[in-house]
Ligand binder design. Structure first.
Ligand SMILES: Cc1ncc(COP(=O)(O)O)c(C=O)c1O
Length: 394
C-alpha cells in the first residue's frame, strides 16, 4: 500500500493551523467541534449531534443517557468488538449476546426477539464491516417492545438499507467512530446523533463532566464570564465523564467529514470489486448485501468455506499474502469469548451461528488509494483462489 498520508490531503493541515493560530479559542465559524456537529447533523438530517473522544465513550454515554444500570439487560450482537459489551458493563447493566444471521453476519432479528425479557432496557445494533442491519425487522421489534435502539455505526458511515434509510438516522441514539482504521479518522474520536432534545442534553452532560450549562445544541461550558467567575456559581449539576473531543482532533475530523462521499466511494470501489471476483467462489462467501442495500465496506468480509475441502484458513491467508495481498484480518473473538468478559462472567446468551462465523471470517482491506492499489489486492485474491482450484468471477 502507498503512503497513508494520502488520506489527509484536504483541509486537515489548514484546520489544524487555524486551531493553533487561534490559541484554541473558537474562530468566527465557531469551534471545530461545533462545526463538525453541525455538518454531521445536516448530513444525517438529525437535529442534534454531540462529539466524543471515541465511539466507546459515545456508546457508554448513550447507554447511561437511556437510563440503563444495575439490574437491567442490554442486548448486543456477540459478533462485534469488545467495546459494545464494555459500554454496557460500565453502566452496571448486563450484556445479553445476540446471534448473527449466517448470510449477512449481522444481528439476527429472531434471536434478538427471543432474548427480550422484562429486564431488557435497550438494544444495541451494530452495522458490522460496513454492512447495514435489517432495520425494518429490528425497528419493528424495538417498537413492539417499546425499547430504544442504539445504532453503532462505527464501521458504517453513509450506508443505506433497502428502503434508502441512512445508517445512524433511525436509532434513538446513533454513534460513530473516528478511530484510525475507520472510513473517516482523526486518530481517535467519535460522534453521536439524537432526535430528542432532552436526551441529547443528558448525552452531552454525561460526556461533558456534568457541566450544568451544557445543552443539546451547545457544548460551551461558560456563558457569561462574570457569572461563571462568581464564587457563588455552581458549575456541575450531574455526574459526567471527561469524554470531550479535543479541538485538534475535531479539526481533522471536520476536514475528513467534508470528504465523506469520496472516502465511501473508494471503500465501495474496493468492496464491490472483491465481490465481483468472488461471484463464483466456493471457497469464500461474501457478506450478503441484500437487494437495494448500500454497504460502505469498512472491510470486505467473507466466510471461508475451504475447511470443508481440506484447505486451512491460515494456508489461504498465507497464499494471498505471498501473492502480494494485504494481511487478511480475522474477526475479533466474540464478546463472551474474550477473557475480559468470559473470565469475569459478564453477560449471557448463546450464539451458535456467530461462534461458527467468527472462526471462518476473512476480512480484506478496503483502504486502497486508487485503482493501481486495488489491482494488487484483486490479483492476489484471484491468484490465491486459482491456486486452491476455485473459480474466479468477472
Ligand atoms: C463496531 C464498533 N463499535 C465500537 C467501536 C469503538 O470505537 P472507538 O475505537 O472509537 O472507541 C469500534 C471500533 O473499533 C467498532 O468497530
Amino acid at each position: 500500500m502507498g503512503a497513508p498520508a494520502w488520506r489527509f490531503k484536504s483541509n486537515e493541515l489548514n484546520y489544524l493551523h487555524q486551531v493553533i493560530e487561534n490559541g484554541f479559542r473558537a474562530g468566527t465559524d465557531g469551534s471545530f467541534n461545533q462545526r463538525l456537529e453541525r455538518l454531521w447533523s445536516d448530513k444525517h438530517d438529525v437535529p442534534y449531534a454531540v462529539t466524543f473522544n471515541s465511539c466507546t465513550s459515545a456508546l457508554h454515554s448513550a447507554v447511561l443517557a437511556l437510563g440503563c444500570g444495575p439490574g437491567d439487560e442490554v442486548l448486543t450482537p456477540a459478533l462485534t468488538p469488545l467495546m459494545c459489551g464494555l459500554c454496557i458493563h460500565y453502566s452496571g447493566a448486563t450484556p445479553v449476546y445476540v446471534d448473527s444471521d449466517p448470510k449477512t453476519f449481522l444481528m439476527d432479528p429472531k434471536d434478538l426477539e427471543s432474548k427480550i425479557t422484562s429486564k431488557t432496557k435497550a438494544i444495541i445494533i451494530v452495522h458490522m464491516y460496513g454492512g447495514v442491519c435489517d432495520l425494518t425487522s429490528l425497528i419493528a421489534i424495538a417498537d413492539r417492545h417499546r425499547l430504544p435502539i442504539i445504532e453503532d455505526c462505527a464501521q458504517c458511515v453513509g450506508g443505506r438499507d433497502g428502503q434508502g434509510r441512512l445508517s445512524g438516522t433511525t436509532g434513538t441514539i446513533s454513534c460513530w467512530s473516528f478511530e484510525n482504521s475507520k472510513q473517516l479518522t482523526c486518530g481517535d474520536g467519535g460522534i453521536a446523533t439524537c432526535h430528542d432534545e432532552e436526551l441529547t442534553t443528558r448525552l452531552r452532560k454525561i460526556g461533558g463532566l456534568g457541566f450544568k450549562n451544557l445543552t443539546a445544541s451547545a457544548g460551551k461550558v461558560r456563558t457569561d464570564r462574570d457569572q461563571f467567575q462568581d464564587p457563588e456559581w455552581e458549575r456541575f449539576d450531574s455526574i459526567g465523564y471527561n469524554y470531550r473531543l479535543g479541538e485538534l482532533a475535531a479539526a481533522v475530523a471536520l476536514a475528513q467529514a467534508e470528504q465523506l462521499e469520496m472516502y465511501i466511494g473508494l471503500r465501495r470501489a474496493m468492496g464491490e470489486a472483491y465481490r465481483r471476483v468472488l461471484s463464483k467462489s466456493k471457497l469464500l462467501r461474501p457478506q450478503v448485501q441484500p437487494e437495494g442495500f448500500y454497504y460502505t465496506y469498512y472491510t470486505f468480509s467473507a466466510k471461508f468455506c475451504g475447511e470443508d475441502q481440506g484447505i486451512s484458513w491460515y494456508d489461504f491467508r498465507k497464499k494471498h499474502m505471498e501473492y502480494g495481498g494485504d494481511g487478511i484480518f480475522a474477526a475479533a473473538k466474540l464478546l463472551h469469548q474474550e477473557p475480559a468478559l468470559r473470565d469475569n462472567k459478564i453477560g449471557n446468551g448463546k450464539t451458535p451461528v456467530a461462534v461458527d462465523l467468527q472462526k471462518r471470517l476473512m476480512n480484506f482491506t478496503t483502504n486502497q488509494a486508487d485503482q493501481a492499489e486495488r489491482e494488487v489486492q484483486l490479483n492476489a485474491l484471484s491468484k490465491a483462489l486459482k491456486y486452491f482450484g476455485d473459480e474466479i468471477g468477472e
